[in-house]
Design a protein around this ligand. Structure first.
Ligand SMILES: [Fe+2]
Length: 219
């Protein structure tokens, strides 16, 4: 394997995301990671979140956990050269396990979950890593007149690096609704970079928890 091939393989392994294809071997040495596509923030960004810690499954003072499949999402924030961005602010928000946002504009008749935080803000560490614990969000209808118009499960992200800022969404692997989701489909083949990978739980996760990995590349 040539040094150039090694570098490209390393970049893929480092990120789990695609590498821009460049034609000549000389250009391959400059191969860069594909920036994570920008996507809409949608209408349900929390107005005044009660809490912002990295565990969305517990709300202060509540006696029970949030309903749903508990998941942990881990990953890194990188630049296009694969270098980690430390100290990036990663904000995220999502629907609960029944597909309902805690937002006054959400008219989904599914119930709110009083034990679900719905929002978090975390900072990446020196290796650009972030991590949070939540429940898998449910799919939700987007048009009461059309029962087939449904958003596939997703988590909204707003990532602020030192000089860059990205609003996007993360999706789950193997979801049937991904293919028919209009926001996901609008990204074309770059949409693949927004699907998390299912990973084995690490030693500090409960065996019942699912672990998803997703790296974010800032342009
Ligand atoms: Fe959403």
């Amino acid at each position: 394997m040539t040094p150039i091939q090694s570098r490209r393989r390393l970049l893929r392994q480092l990120s789990g995301v695609g590498v821009l294809a460049l034609a000549s071997p000389w250009h391959q040495a400059l191969a860069a990671l594909i920036p994570t596509p920008e996507q809409t923030a949608g209408p349900f960004r929390p107005l005044r979140p009660l809490e912002s810690d990295a565990d969305l499954t517990m709300v202060k003072g509540a006696k029970a956990h949030a309903d749903g499949q508990i998941i942990q999402v881990t990953g890194r924030v990188l630049d296009v050269d694969g270098k980690p961005i430390r100290g990036a602010a990663v904000e995220l928000w999502q629907a609960n396990a029944r597909g309902r946002y805690n937002h006054p504009r959400d008219v989904n008749p599914e119930p709110l979950d009083p034990n679900f935080q719905g929002y978090a803000r975390v900072l990446t560490d020196d290796d650009g890593r972030y991590r949070f614990k939540t429940v898998k969000p449910g799919a939700y209808p987007i048009n009461p007149m059309n029962p087939n118009a449904v958003r596939t499960p997703h988590i909204h992200f707003d990532i602020a690096g030192k000089r860059t800022h990205l609003v996007t969404q993360m999706y789950f692997p193997g979801e049937k609704l991904n293919a028919s989701d209009r926001i996901f489909s609008a990204m074309g083949e770059n949409g693949a970079t927004t699907i998390a990978r299912l990973l084995p739980p690490t030693g500090d996760m409960a065996s019942s928890e699912m672990h998803f990995g997703w790296d974010i590349v800032l342009a």
